[in-house]
Ligand binder design. Structure first.
Ligand code: GAR
Length: 216
């Protein structure tokens, strides 16, 4: 009998997760890694906010944390992102072996940073892109009166929420939904598809052709 086993990637991917607050997506990823469902090494969780709740959660899960305070530094600045690069390098998350997950990281990355880690930065967004990019996407969805919204995991490029889409999940908008109630149901889907996308990346199963990704 012929049994096909997927060849293991030669190098384990080193994971950095960037957060600004609660860190529930970070937690979903780390818990899935812990259950050995993702062949990836969590190297560091970095927050730009010293009081981000997610930092404690990461520590409880045994993952190293660091703070690169962004107070007073405008989004998109290379000055800030260079500090991130130093920290990533110290933790062996490099443009050759790294994956950088933005998980509620509320800062625009500089073009220099994106170029350096091209194809290795992914983000979760609480809407079906290209609809409702930017901030308060769930509120935008409610106010627009859409019947369906959801979430998107995508590669990060130089635009705001414009990079190639990896996975999406649909959530029905109910009559009477508020920003909070819709956000809650979207978040459940975020926690499902973000770890899944990280696994696809870690196993080398995402190919990008222009704007399109193909997963195997
Ligand atoms: C999530 O809903 C995520 O999709 C959103 O922030 C929340 C972070 O929650 N991200 C964005 O809006 C990015 N534009 P978490 O800290 O509990 O993961």
């Amino acid at each position: 009998m012929f049994i096909y086993t997927r060849p293991k990637p030669i190098h384990m991917v080193n994971l950095a997760i960037l957060i600004s607050g609660r860190g529930s997506n970070m937690e979903a990823i780390l818990r899935t890694v812990k259950k050995k469902k993702i062949p990836i090494k969590p190297a560091v969780v970095i927050s730009n906010k010293p009081d981000a709740k997610g930092l404690k959660v990461a520590q409880k899960l045994g993952v190293k944390t660091a703070i690169v305070d962004s107070t007073g530094l405008k989004g998109g600045s290379w000055e800030y992102d260079q500090k991130l690069v130093s920290l990533l390098e110290e933790n062996n998350v490099t443009p050759k072996n790294g994956l950088i997950c933005l998980a509620g990281f509320m800062r625009i990355m500089s073009p220099e940073f994106i170029k350096k880690y091209q194809g290795r930065i992914i983000n979760i967004h609480p809407a079906i892109l290209p609809a409702f990019p930017g901030l308060h996407s769930q509120r935008q969805a409610i106010e627009h009166g859409v019947k369906y919204s959801g979430c998107t995991v995508h590669f990060v490029d130089e635009g705001v929420d414009t990079g190639p889409i990896i996975l999406q999940a649909i959530v029905k908008v109910k009559d009477g939904d508020t920003e909070e109630s819709l956000s809650k149901r979207i978040l459940e889907q975020e926690h499902r598809i973000y770890p899944k996308a990280v696994r696809l990346f870690a196993e080398g199963r995402i190919k990008t052709r222009g704007r399109k990704t193909v997963t195997s």
